[in-house]
Design a binder for this molecule. Structure first.
Ligand SMILES: Cc1ncc(COP(=O)(O)O)c(C=O)c1O
Length: 408
């Protein structure tokens, strides 16, 4: 009787699609466990999401004001699905100033770089196509690929070599099904910068194998040292078909505005793809309208606020790195950009990195993200910490972490 009832219950359940079975986004995935702790009355320190606003950083007035004006003047209808003309012009001018001549028709404004990645990969890939991705790297890419039935081919960033990719390894991963090479520079979660020399070799490789290069450069303006040359600038004279993904989220401290874009370099080589991208973009109508009015002032206005942000970040980075190095059993490189620290636990024993992160949360109420959520081996023992929090909070975090490790 009970068995029959269970079966009836199961049959009457609305099932989800099989294609999202492998859709994982580790950064938010663990938040469920943390929220359960919060509900039980514990105060959790969230160091899992790269959102500067959570830690008190605010966007500059010169980009907030035009958005307020747009709202007050009811500039709140749909825009053209490729984006507001003035925003596309501003991105094209910005790219041209960098050294990658671009016209507005080569720009699509999107809901952040995330939507740009989704639209672009959907327009590009058939089931079974392969894409080369960095491991560790930003997890939205494998998630999108799994949804599309495309295959992720990870190339490794070497923790023992300042997280540089190996051109030889990437070459060995290319097959007849490989369609694209994704570069994330600077990278999340390592905060590392790929040298221009290696990037150039990778662009040559992509050219030889007719691969589209997708360059995620959302952190390019947030470097503690010389920023890498935009890959679009290198791709231009080489004749490489390349799409750059950028946004205001991190560079202008407004991740919730959902304002970003993709811009094409050597659009002559991607005409068909661009048309497919615009067709898909038409189906989702447009990116949020009011915040598109911030794109021009963001790209043309002053950047002092960015220098202040970087200098504040540098202090927090140095503090965090020093504290990690003072804890026995932990190690890390000094990040060159962004606000993430990839920390290695020397010995996890039989435990996975995800187990470690959950135990850490349970014991110390500190939430970080396990390295395997970004594509490292679970036994390697990495976790990523966002170090945007103020020094007093980081001090509490590292004291708890130190005590936790003594026992673990
Ligand atoms: C490397 C990388 N690319 C893209 C994104 C998505 O950013 P956006 O807010 O522009 O969608 C993030 C967000 O953390 C990121 O780290």
């Amino acid at each position: 009787m009970i068995v029959a009832q269970n079966l009836t219950d199961r049959l009457s359940m609305i099932q989800s699609a099989r294609r999202i079975e492998n859709y994982h986004y580790a950064i938010r995935h663990l938040a469920g466990a943390a929220e359960a702790l919060t509900r039980s009355g514990r105060e959790v320190i969230y160091l899992n999401i790269g959102d500067p606003q959570v830690y008190g950083f605010r966007p500059p007035e010169h980009i907030v004001e035009p958005v307020i004006r747009a709202l007050e003047n009811s500039f709140t209808g749909y825009t053209h699905s490729a984006g507001l003309r003035e925003a596309r012009e501003a991105v094209a001018n910005y790219a041209t100033r960098l050294g990658a001549p671009t016209v507005p028709d080569q720009v699509l404004i999107t809901s952040g770089a995330s939507e740009a990645a989704d639209i672009l990969l959907t327009a590009l890939l058939n089931e079974g196509d392969e894409v080369l991705l960095p491991a560790p790297g930003y997890p939205i890419y494998p998630a999108i690929l799994s949804k599309l039935g495309a295959a992720t081919r990870y190339y490794h960033l070497d923790g023992a070599n300042a997280w540089q990719p190996s051109v030889e390894e990437i070459t060995s991963l290319i097959s007849v099904r490989t369609r694209a090479l994704i570069l994330i520079n600077p990278n999340n979660p390592t905060g590392s910068i790929t040298s221009d020399e290696v990037t150039k070799q990778l662009l040559e490789l992509a050219l030889r194998h007719n691969l589209l290069v997708i360059a995620d450069e959302v952190y390019r303006e947030l470097c503690f040292e010389k920023s890498p040359t935009p890959s679009s600038v290198m791709a231009e004279p080489m004749g490489v078909a390349l799409v750059t993904l950028e946004s205001l989220s991190k560079t202008h401290l407004v991740p919730g505005w959902r304002t970003g874009w993709m811009r094409f370099t050597h659009a002559d080589k991607t005409r068909d793809l661009i048309q497919a991208v615009y067709r898909l973009a038409g189906g989702r109508l447009c990116a949020p309208t009011p915040t598109q009015y911030a794109v021009r002032p963001a790209l043309e206005g002053q950047r002092n606020f960015q220098l202040d942000f970087i200098s504040e970040l540098r202090k927090r980075r140095d503090f965090a790195v020093q504290r990690v190095r003072n804890i026995k059993g932990l190690s890390c490189d000094v990040p060159q950009a962004a606000f993430y620290l990839m920390i290695k636990v020397d010995s996890l024993g039989e435990r996975t990195d995800e187990r470690f992160v959950l135990d850490l949360l349970e014991e110390t109420s500190v939430l970080v993200v396990h390295g395997s959520g970004f594509g490292t081996d679970p036994q390697q023992g990495y976790f990523r910490m966002v170090y945007l929090a103020d020094e007093a909070t980081l001090d509490i975090v590292f004291s708890r972490l130190g005590r936790f490790l003594e026992k673990y």
